[in-house]
Design a protein around this ligand. Structure first.
Ligand code: NDP
Length: 248
């Protein structure tokens, strides 16, 4: 029986790259999306054309009832969960803190932190040997912003990713004795829609000069690091972070 991976925000960007790579490595894949059903269905179709197993599941991860429904769907359709990638995330427009509302911070926290918490909790309830599960692994997609703070641009987003990193550390220690590893990946500047929606046009190209490797990263470079954390080679790695940020 194939191992099962759920990827939140799996229809686009980094999440879609992880879904496709995981399918190539033999996982049956749950591709979660919030609003872009066509994108998620396209990922599923591509995986199925390659002989893999994938389903698309709609849910807004910031909503508890929707997360519970998503996991019930996964239970019914794929029967188990071995791997969770908490990838869904939002970045709002660049803004100095002077102009930032508390509502904006709450929106960002709702998806980037509460969403990851709710999905991790449902995964732990199924994976933990304490609940009769077989163990598993979770990877949280954080950001280099958690270390750098994103001054003058997105301090709200950076704060959300800092909280996600602390959740990763605490959760990893809590559930390691129950057979679950929890790690994080911190991408730097990656070519995806996120920069088109959150940053000014051409932002990635402008940033090249301050990235030590002098380029933006690709979704496949992030997906590779995420998949390593699920591999047997990473069996003794928990509560750790891989920076995929071009040396930033
Ligand atoms: P994209 O903007 O390309 O895609 C975001 C994905 O998240 C979409 O699939 C979207 O679904 C989904 N999503 C957003 N909110 C929710 C929600 N509430 N519930 C369910 N799904 C949701 O992002 P990236 O691929 O660039 O980013 C993926 C992750 O990587 C994020 O956590 C981001 O913070 C992190 N990251 C990205 C960096 C970059 O440079 N791109 C740098 C550092 C970190 P839908 O399309 O259906 O709305």
């Amino acid at each position: 029986m194939s191992k099962v991976m759920l990827i939140t925000g799996g229809g686009r960007g980094i999440g879609a790259a992880v879904a496709k790579l995981a399918a190539r490595r033999g996982y049956a894949v749950g591709v979660n999306y919030r609003s872009h059903a066509d994108a998620a269905q396209a990922v599923v179709a591509e995986i199925q054309r390659g002989g893999g197993c994938a389903i698309a599941i709609q849910a807004d991860v910031s909503q508890e009832d929707e997360v519970l429904r998503m996991f019930r769907t996964l239970d019914d359709r794929l029967g188990r969960i071995d791997a969770l990638v908490n990838n869904a995330g939002i970045l709002e427009k660049q803004m100095r803190v002077d102009d930032m509302s508390a509502e904006r911070l709450l929106r960002v926290l709702s998806t980037n932190v509460i969403g990851a918490f709710l999905c991790a909790r449902e995964a732990v309830r199924r994976m933990s040997t304490r609940h009769g599960g077989q163990g598993g692994a979770i990877v949280n997609v954080s950001s280099a912003a958690a270390r750098l703070g994103s001054p003058n641009e997105y301090v709200d987003y950076a704060a959300s990713k800092g909280a996600l990193d602390t959740l990763t550390i605490g959760l990893s220690k809590e559930v390691a004795p129950e057979g679950i590893r929890v790690n994080g990946v911190r991408p730097g500047t990656i070519y995806t829609e996120m920069h088109a929606s959150g940053g000014e046009p051409g932002r990635v190209d402008r940033l090249k000069s301050v990235i030590p490797l002098r380029r933006g990263g690709t979704v496949d470079e992030v997906a590779g690091a995420i998949m390593w954390l699920f591999s047997d080679e990473a069996g003794y790695t928990s509560g750790s972070f891989i920076d995929v940020s071009g040396g930033s």
